[in-house]
Design a binder for this molecule. Structure first.
Ligand code: FAD
Length: 427
């Protein structure tokens, strides 16, 4: 059941909203957390393939760098509540955590749902209700400077008044989890600017059937560079994977923001995959020469087996247009050069990207210039707070995005807890 008035209303029960609701707890305030779906934290439950990469071990400065230039905005929030504070918080709620490769933390149980349930229990213990199937369709202020929320609750229209509101309704990615960008229009009602939004941490699509032919192949320790018109834009070392329509995996997702903005700007986007980054061109050639002289009777195809994942061999043979049964002593210098180039600069053309349905996060959102980074309060409307992915921050994969949602949610919650709410007392 919904009351007609609350001191504090939080819109959206994802990680930012759950945290903000707990931290807003003040025995003198009536508080409610509204969630439009039938369950809380649907996206959190599927995060990290259902395991939830909670945060990362990295130190403050390099952590902030994972958000690009916008990382600066998070500095204060992280100074108040950072990775180890978060881990202690989650541990104290009864969810032990573990550290894995790449500094990534997960629940020991490998179950993201444990975290959601722990937040629900914490809120229940604080007597803060979560109202499910409460879809906020409009948010404005009345003449008395009170917030007026129009809500569709279990199919019926309801109006609720509030003294302070926090929007934690997320971005646009994975809309099936309830994130359809509703917070943007709510913020616009108060004069907020929404910077251009785009799917980020998203697989990209490549031309032709090359990806499809090697679908499922995962490449570790490769360097991928992004090019436009013979100019290198950026590069990254790590892991990637071929899909039916293109490429994905950690380095692709991280570079996707750059590639998506290039595509949006109608630039030609090409990538080169260096399959042997430990060897420069000269050393690569020496390695091939050694193979050829030491195994002169070996077939070309068998040599490729020593250099490539099995599933890529036929593709290489076709791209090189060579007889796979040719013995190594018959391989010409020109053919050796073409093989070296393909190993060092495997080319693909990027022709598009997956939609929000497959994007881990949304880039863009409520402009950071209009939010106070020390409170998460709107600079344009008093008592309006904004936290989580709805604001214009997004980071790389590795637990960075959840940390940002939890830290900004924490700060918004604490600010609301101590906020002097003026004349409006709960009846
Ligand atoms: C598949 C996937 C895996 C991911 N894995 C990781 C990971 O392992 N580590 C990591 O750091 N990040 C991960 N992320 C990113 C991370 O989950 C998000 O950045 C984070 O959930 C954002 O938190 P949030 O609270 O801001 O918003 P959300 O989690 O998007 O929650 C917003 C909530 O608001 C509700 N809502 C929206 N509009 C309304 C409305 N009008 N009225 C009421 N309620 C509303 C939504 O239903 C939703 O429950 C992953 C994302 C995806 C899609």
């Amino acid at each position: 059941m919904l009351e007609t008035h609350y001191n504090t209303v939080i819109i959206g029960a994802g990680p930012a909203g759950l945290m903000a609701a707990v931290e807003a707890h003040n025995p003198d305030h009536s508080i409610v957390l509204l969630e439009k779906m039938h369950k809380t934290g649907l996206k959190l439950r599927i995060s990290g393939k259902g395991r939830c990469n909670i945060t990362n071990e990295e130190g403050m400065q390099s952590f902030l760098n994972r958000f690009g230039k916008k990382g600066r905005f998070l500095k204060y929030a992280f100074s108040q509540f950072f990775n180890h504070d978060l881990l202690k918080y989650i541990n104290d709620m009864g969810v032990p955590t573990k550290l894995e490769r790449g500094g990534r933390y997960f629940p020991q149980s490998d179950r993201a749902t444990d975290i959601v349930v722990a937040f629900e229990e914490k809120l229940a213990s604080l007597k803060i209700p979560i109202v499910m199937q409460a879809h906020v369709t409009d948010l404005r202020k009345n003449e008395e400077d009170q917030f007026v929320l129009q809500i569709t609750h279990a199919g019926r229209p309801v109006q609720v008044l509030a003294d302070q509101v926090c929007i934690t309704s997320g971005g646009l990615s994975y809309p099936a989890t309830g994130c359809t960008g509703d917070g943007y229009s709510m913020a616009e009602n108060f004069g907020h600017t929404i910077t251009d939004t785009a799917p980020s941490l998203v697989p990209v699509l490549t031309a032709g059937d090359m990806a499809k032919r090697v679908q499922g192949v995962s490449l570790r320790n490769v360097t991928l560079s992004v090019w436009t018109e013979n100019k290198k834009v950026t590069e990254m070392f790590g892991e990637m994977m071929f899909t039916r329509k293109g490429i994905t995996g950690p380095i692709i997702l991280t570079l996707s923001e750059t590639m998506v903005s290039m595509l949006d700007a109608k630039q030609d986007v090409r990538i080169k995959i260096d399959l042997k980054p430990a060897l420069d061109h000269k050393k690569m050639d020496q390695r091939l020469l050694r193979e050829i002289s030491e195994h002169s009777k070996m077939t070309f195809k068998n040599m490729l087996k020593t250099l490539l994942p099995r599933k890529m061999i036929d593709l290489f043979v076709d791209l090189l247009n060579m007889d796979p049964h040719k013995q190594l002593h018959q391989v010409t210098g020109e053919e050796r050069k073409r093989l070296r180039m393909l190993l060092k600069e495997f080319p693909m053309q990027v022709i598009g990207h997956d939609s929000y349905d497959h994007a881990i996060v949304t880039s863009g959102g409520i402009s950071l210039k209009e939010i106070n980074p020390t409170t998460m309060e709107s600079k344009l409307s008093k008592n309006l707070f904004l936290a989580g992915e709805v604001i214009d921050v997004n980071g790389e994969t590795g637990g960075y995005n959840l940390t940002s949602s939890w830290s900004t949610g924490f700060l918004a919650g604490r600010s609301m807890r101590i906020n002097k709410l003026g004349i409006y007392k709960h009846a």
